[in-house]
Design a binder for this molecule. Structure first.
Ligand code: G6P
Length: 490
């Protein structure tokens, strides 16, 4: 370990003797610390696609996961969970406002999602982003074994690869961006654009969800850093090369299919349908309550179908599950109010006693319940305005083992590059969405089965294990500056 690692980090990790040859570094731990009603605390799986994808990988490979517990000012000792060392990293109250809610979620998040909301640029947020990224890099420098592999995740930690390489040049460093990477026209708004590009270039491999995102990055590096590039390879001045390419992420497909096949899941699915009044069609949306997910547009499209009498609320209902997210960020608070209003208006206009057309649930549910909801849904509606991948779409497909059901999917979700047989929509086109939802409801079962079969083949063959293996194998075979491989490749 380098002498540069700060005293505070060394102190907070003293006594934590274990090191790991494989380390995941992500803003969040895969679990959140929650306060139970009786005052005790428990750990609950964190929300979002990143955790969904990586948790099974790390459980299988073993190693350490460095991340934040989700609560400000919490200084916790490392602990073991299912064979994984969890290493909590503290994020202090002011940093939660500046690094997490500010720079990560009010600057980068909207900038990387087509500026659907207007990104805010504040210098003190940037300073906090730098400071917290440094802390993550220092923790990783302490935990990683000599010549180990460190895999840094997502937009909150884009400076970590470079900072970590400076501290630990012996490591092999991978970075994966779970969200979209914007075109140069948007990215260059960022006052700190070059620092972010250089931060990422500290990795040996920079992975993206789509080829388009990888190309955006390579082009920006050429323009703004001045490096030579050829296809997915970037040649740095110091002789090191960096690979930038697409590794579309996935889910633990077999796990979801097995969950769906359990008799208890089917029983729960029947129960859900019964409590909805056994309608002919159940449409389902499942999204963190986020403005990138296109919920207002989707609910409006369904609402119009109900209001115009095209769909009878006795026949077709919409269930929208929207777990709360980033509730202290302004845009998220406003979105919640907007959804409340839209749902209230539609249910008020066309609902009957005991028969609201939209059931809106502002909570998160365990995977068992999600599998039952997927089983209960005739049509899954996934219509983000922009999304890195969207794993909910893949979870639905994995659960439809009888090749029934239909997926309505936005062209602007990374998943649409793989799930080409979905009912694809432009989520900005309300009339187009109405027509496609109707088609997804009314197409003959044979047509739906054909589409679902093809999508299932894709999801079952390309699961999260394959994703991680692909990335980590590439990382193993990274070339040293002079072209020699540093590790044997079998
Ligand atoms: C997305 C991001 C993740 C993030 C998750 C939940 O999936 O790519 O990095 O963890 O949302 O968001 P939160 O802000 O609650 O961690």
């Amino acid at each position: 370990m380098s002498d540069d690692v700060s005293e505070t980090v060394a102190r907070s990790l003293r006594g934590h003797e274990q090191s790991a040859s494989f380390v995941v570094v992500a803003n969040r731990l895969p679990v959140d610390r929650v306060q139970m009603p009786d005052g005790s605390t428990a750990w609950r799986t964190s929300p979002g696609g990143l955790v969904t994808a990586l948790e099974p990988v790390l459980r299988k490979l073993g190693g350490a996961w460095i991340g934040w517990s989700g609560a400000p000012d919490e200084e916790l000792d490392p602990f073991d969970l299912d064979g994984v060392q969890l290493v909590p990293i503290p994020i202090f109250d002011q940093e939660v406002g500046e690094y997490y809610e500010g720079f990560s979620n009010a600057t980068l998040w909207p900038l990387y999602h087509d500026v659907i909301a207007t990104p805010e640029f504040h210098r003190e947020w940037w300073d906090s982003y730098v400071a917290v990224n440094r802390r993550f890099a220092e923790y990783a420098a302490v935990i990683a074994e000599k010549d180990g592999v460190v895999w840094v995740q997502d937009y909150q930690l884009q400076l970590v690869p470079q900072m970590l390489r400076e501290l630990r040049p012996d490591l092999r460093i991978g970075f994966f961006l779970h969200v979209p990477f914007p075109p140069a026209e948007l990215f260059t708004q960022l006052p700190w654009r070059r620092r972010i590009l250089e931060g990422l270039l500290g990795a040996d491999i920079v992975g993206f969800q789509t080829t388009g995102a990888a190309q955006n990055f390579v082009r920006l590096v050429r323009q703004r850093v001045g490096s030579k590039t050829h296809r997915d390879t970037i040649y740095l001045e110091n002789g090191r090369t960096v690979t930038a390419k697409a590794f579309p992420i996935s889910i633990d497909s077999v796990y979801f299919e097995n969950l769906a096949r359990k008799p208890s899941t089917q029983a729960r699915a029947d129960e859900i349908r019964a409590s909805l009044g056994n309608p002919k069609f159940v449409l389902l949306g499942v999204d963190r309550l986020d403005y990138t997910k296109g919920m207002p547009q989707r609910l409006r499209a369904f609402g119009e179908l109900a209001q115009q009498g095209i769909l009878d609320p006795a026949d077709a209902v919409f269930v929208q599950v929207a777990p709360p997210s980033r509730e202290r960020v302004d845009q998220y608070r406003r979105l919640r109010d907007e959804i409340d209003r839209i749902v209230g208006r539609i249910n008020g206009d066309v609902g009957r006693i005991g028969q609201p057309p939209i059931t809106y649930l502002h909570s998160s549910y365990p995977r068992e319940e999600m599998a039952a909801l997927y089983r209960a849904a005739d049509v899954m509606v996934v219509t983000p305005l922009r999304d890195g991948m969207n794993l909910v779409a893949k979870e639905y497909v994995a659960c439809r083992y009888e090749d029934t059901g239909a997926l309505v999917l936005s062209e602007f979700a990374g998943a649409s590059a793989e799930l080409k047989q979905a009912y694809l929509v432009n989520p900005y086109d309300i009339n187009g969405m109405k027509a496609t939802m109707l088609k997804a409801i009314s197409d003959p079962p044979k047509e739906k089965a054909k589409r679902m079969r093809a999508m299932r083949r894709q999801v079952m063959e390309h699961d999260v294990d394959k994703w991680a293996q692909g990335f980590l194998e590439d990382l193993e075979t990274v070339l040293e500056p002079h072209g020699k491989r540093t590790r044997p490749v079998d």
